[in-house]
Write a protein that binds this ligand. Structure first.
Ligand code: TZP
Ligand code: MG
Length: 214
């Protein structure tokens, strides 16, 4: 699996202001986003399905993966490329069984131990956080503000590709990658930006350690 994860957008319509999530995704695609996760906590299954179908079309045209948060059934229903699972979701093996060997199965972790376990269980990539804390998700204090030392420790614990998530912006993304992450996943740095396309481009430049041409 050679999927790039420099910039991974996680959607949240509640944080999109007066723009639709489809508009945000289109802007992120123009800005060079590498993968999109349909998260959308707090919306009905039907609304997630309808939005998912739209985002599926956009990501397919752009030839980037669409990954569904939490729900294996929804991932299958919209023909997503994979699913992203957390502690409260169905096991990785079930996702693999239902979605197939080629599906991208991600797992949220916050420690080297949980990273190793996810690798043993067959995850393809990890989301590690919350690196800098976050206001976009309620996080257990033990899983918030884990910092760059923890990113380094996770890098030592696993060979899996992983993204740092939680409070990441174009200004603080570079150290996350220098600490060992392959890229960054963000909600508000793109979704809440005045110019989501430029924000995506700046994040990509920061991750790659070059100047943004924006
Ligand atoms: N998992 C850990 S932190 C987080 C998730 C889904 C929220 C990230 O949002 P933001 O706005 O990029 O801090
Ligand atoms: Mg989950």
């Amino acid at each position: 699996m050679t999927q790039r994860f420099d910039v991974y957008l996680v959607t949240d319509t509640a944080l999109s202001g007066d723009r639709s999530t489809a508009e945000i995704v289109e802007a992120a695609i123009r800005g060079g986003v590498d993968a999109v996760q349909l998260r959308e906590k707090g919306t009905s299954a039907r609304d997630r399905y309808e939005l998912g179908r739209t985002v599926r079309e956009l990501t397919r045209k752009a030839d980037i993966p669409l990954i569904v948060n939490d729900r294996i059934d929804l991932a299958a229903a919209i023909d997503a490329d994979g699913v992203h699972l957390g502690d409260d979701d169905l096991p990785i093996a079930v996702a693999r069984d239902r979605l197939g060997e080629d599906a991208l199965v991600g797992r949220s972790v916050s420690t080297p131990e949980t990273a190793r376990r996810a690798e043993r269980e067959g995850a393809d990539y990890l989301g590690v956080g919350a690196v800098y804390g976050t206001t976009s998700k309620e996080t257990d204090p033990e899983q918030s503000d884990i910092g760059l030392d923890r990113i380094r420790a996770v890098r030592e614990a696993t060979d899996l590709p992983f993204v740092g998530i939680g409070g990441v912006t174009p200004e603080n993304a570079r150290p996350v990658v220098e600490a060992g992450a392959d890229g960054v996943a963000v909600i508000s740095a793109i979704t809440g930006a005045d110019d989501p396309e430029a924000a995506t481009r700046r994040l990509g430049a920061a991750v790659r350690g070059v100047n943004a041409d924006v």
